[in-house]
Every structure is written in C-alpha cells, then in structure tokens.
Write a protein of this length. Structure first.
Length: 479
C-alpha cells in the first residue's frame, strides 16, 4: 500500500514538548511518530518548527532523532465495549481486564453539531438531588457548571447524579483530570459498589499521569460520549475538574513559549474550554435524537467566582451550581447556595408535579434565611413570624440529603406535597429528617402502586392527591 510520509528531525526536548523541524505541511492535532513506538500530537507551529506534545511524558527520544508524519489526525478507539471500563486518556485500559475490542475510531477534537440540527432542551436529567430537581433543574443537552472551594462536595454531586441514572438509559462518563489516585479510587468504589459502572466509563488522568494525558482527558471523554450520542443515546459527562485542566494547559503553553496574559494563562485559554463545552447538545431527529449533557467542575479560591477560569466557564455554560463553604461547615449538605445558583433552562424540563409544588420554593427558602438572620438576636417574635420560621426550618431539613443516596422524583413529589399542604408542621424540627425517611420507607413498602402512578403520570391527579392526603403520618411517626 502506498503511503505519503513526511520526515522531520527533533531539534530539542522541553519536558513533554518536542521541537521538530522539517514537517512543512502539518495540521493542528496531527499525529507524529518517533522511533521506539513513541508518538505525539502537533500542538502548534510557526515557519521554522513544529511543537509536538509527547503523549507518554518523558520519552526515550533525543535531539537529532527522526520524526515521521503520515498526515493522520490523532484519534482514539470508541464503542459499546468501553462501558464498565476504566481507561486513560489514550483509551488504554487501566482496570486489568484485558484489551477493549473496538471497530470505530473518532478524532479527539471533534466538531460541534450545528445549531440548526439541534432541538430545544425539553427532557430532564433526574439528578436525585432534591435541591437540584426542585429549584435548579437540569435538562438533557445542558451545560451546568459546578463551582466552589476545595472539599465542599462538588465531586459528590456528580457521583450522586450518576448513581441516579440507573435504569434510565443514560450513559455516564466520569473524567478525572489531575486529581490524586486516592480521590479517583474513591469515586470508582462508589460507582462499583452501587452497580453504576454497568452504564459508566471512567476516563482517568490523575496528577501522576503525563501532562499530555491530563490535557487530552476531557477531549477523549467528549469523543467517547459523541459515539453514544450519534447512536441516538443520552450521555452525561462529568469533568473533575477544569481548574486543573487549565493549569496543565498553562504549563504546556509556557513550554511552547506562548505569550502569557492574565494569571499567566495564554490568550486562547477561553477557546480551550469553549470548543469543548459546545459539544454538549440535544440532537434533532435528523441526528438520531441523542443528547450529551455536561457537568464541568471548577474550583474557586476562598469563594472568589470572579477568578479568570471560573468567570470564563460561567460565561459559556447554561447555569451554575455554587457550593458554599459556610453552608458545608454548618452541616447543610449538599451545600448548594440558592442565591448564587441558577439553571438557565428553568422549569421547562421539570415534571408537572414538581413544577407545581416547587414554584415558590426558592423564594420561600431565601426569605426564610433572611428572616432568620434578622431575628437571630431577638426574642419574643410575633406568632406569624414564628410560624414562617417554623416552616422554613422544616424546608431546610427536607432539603438536606446524605451523599450516595439519591432520591427518585416520585418520592420527592410525596415529600413536597406533604410540605406544601402543611402536614409536617406539627412535628418537631429535629425529627423531620427521620420522619421523611420513615414516610418514604412506608410508601415504598405499603404503597408501591402510588409511587408507580406518580412516576407514570408525572402530575398531581385528584387520585394521587387523595392517596397522599390519606397517608397516616401520626402512625408512621410512632413506628
């Protein structure tokens, strides 16, 4: 077989960047081969030389070695066989379960679906997190940023949402970028322990991985997701996290001698993430009706959302979930700040029942927090104010949620209805969370047909309301 090949020569090595001369017809993202089965990818070029990113870090190549280009764009294997597997940024298995069979390859840097071939976001991603499903709904095809300081539960939000997709036909991809091996193993244990690995893929580029793989990992996760989306399936991708991804790109850019700008980042750092975020889409009929939803995580420093990378990502996503350190310390988990969090999709993707019951929920909670602050140092408040505070405290307890225990939408409807009708007002605040668990256990065991009816109808029919009104709360609380 006749092959066109271009040959160059390595001029110098700068950590993971090789400067190559002689590749006069190169393209960005093009694959370059060296001796000893070493490969790289073109990251930039000028009239004199080409900058090649070495994919395996410190390679066994030296200045003067030959470099070969076959005019191939860097691509990766994809396919159904990747479900349940843990791979690196080159799609090589890391789980000691042998090679992964594949028949299709996709370029790492894909093109976004044209706007005219998309359709509006109308179907929900059922997160199982009460605060999100009721007040910050996420739809299939949306890009929802998760933002907050270190150790505030950002990764837990992503894993909980992934756990809740069991049986819903959604392929989940968790992309680890620059995190520790211990943090990655913790996520893998959660996914394996709950059976979520059956419909999930883990793309791992930990802090010990070569910088090239940390840079490529989110693009590889997108390419894997695009395969399933083009098959008409629904995909959810969590990126953990984009702050470290930007750090790696800054490191590589400085090695390539690109001019630093704000915070020493190169001028194209916005394009770094925006071209990736644009791949999320809700496809139209001509494209098979698939979708890909993104949950990128970005880390802030002392709650500063005006930092360069956080503000970039806020501007290119469809909303943000802000995780507050103070709320986390107070024990309000998930520590989502309802004042700073927003979903620009709105209530369009919510179940009609959830939409009806949660319409004023955010306003009620924010008003309660303000009222609590104003009356903190006062005694003998008016009876009306005490009643509002009582209801607000009940809502606060209901919104708290243990990690790794997502709540199905139909069960959320049950609790929201009881709260909205004031049926929980007679119970002490400290017993609300326990009472909530007892109510849900009772409904699961004694009224499974009611939950099934709510899940089927997705709205509050007179029959459903009647069944909810008849729940023996006093008897349940005693048991």
């Amino acid at each position: 077989m006749l092959q066109a090949k271009e040959t160059g020569r390595v001029l110098e090595i700068k950590q993971t960047i090789a400067k190559v001369d002689g590749l006069s017809t190169c393209l960005y993202g093009q694959k370059v081969n060296f001796q000893n089965d070493v490969s790289g990818m073109i990251m930039g070029f000028n009239s004199h030389e080409v900058s090649v990113l070495l994919l395996m870090g410190k390679e066994t190549i030296r200045a003067g070695d030959p470099a070969y280009s076959l005019f191939e764009i860097f691509d990766i294997p994809v396919g159904e066989a990747f479900l349940g597997r843990i791979v690196n940024a080159l799609c090589e298995p890391l789980d000691n379960r042998g090679p992964i069979p594949h028949s299709v390859r996709r370029p790492v840097f894909g093109e976004a679906v044209p706007v005219l071939e998309r359709k509006p976001v109308e179907q929900p991603i059922e997160t199982g997190i009460k605060i999100l499903d009721t007040m910050i709904p996420i739809g299939r095809g949306q890009r929802e940023l998760i933002i907050g300081d270190r150790m505030t539960g950002k990764t837990t939000l992503v894993t909980d949402i992934m756990l809740n997709q069991k049986g819903k036909g959604i392929v989940c991809i968790y992309c680890c970028i620059g995190k520790s091996e211990a943090a990655l193993n913790k996520v893998i244990q959660i996914l394996q322990g709950s059976g979520a690995m059956e419909y999930s893929i883990v793309v791992a580029a930990t802090a010990s991985s070569p910088p090239a793989q940390q840079y490529l990992a989110p693009y590889v996760a997108c390419s894997l997701g695009e395969f399933f989306m083009n098959q008409g399936q629904h995909v959810l991708v969590g990126f953990d996290d984009f702050t470290r991804h930007a750090w790696v790109y800054r490191q590589l850019s400085l090695l390539m001698e690109r001019s630093p700008g704000r915070d020493a980042y190169p001028g194209d750092v916005f394009y770094l993430h925006s071209r990736m975020i644009e791949l999320a889409a809700n496809m139209g009929e001509k494209r098979g009706d698939g979708s890909m939803t993104f949950l990128p995580i970005v880390e802030t420093l002392q709650g500063d959302v005006t930092g360069y990378i956080p503000s970039n990502l806020i501007s290119m996503t469809d909303g943000q979930i802000y995780v507050n350190t103070e709320l986390f310390r107070e024990g309000f988990k998930p520590a989502i700040d309802l004042g700073l969090s927003v979903s620009r999709i709105g209530s369009k993707v919510q179940w009609p029942a959830i939409k009806t019951l949660s319409g004023m929920l955010r306003l009620e909670y924010i008003q309660y927090k303000e009222l609590e602050r104003l009356t903190r140092f006062k005694s003998g408040a008016l009876e009306e104010i005490e009643a509002r505070l009582k209801k607000g405290r009940i809502l606060k307890e209901l919104l708290k949620q243990d990690r790794n225990y997502p709540v199905p939408m139909e069960e959320q409807v049950v609790i929201l209805y009881l709260y909205r009708e004031g049926k929980l007002n007679s119970f002490p605040n400290e017993k609300i969370r326990h009472l909530q668990k007892m109510i849900l256990n009772f409904v699961r065991e004694e009224k499974p047909e009611l939950l099934k009816e709510i899940a089927t109808q997705k709205t509050l029919t007179p029959e459903i309301k009647e069944a909810l009104d008849k729940l023996p709360l006093d008897k349940i609380s005693e048991g």
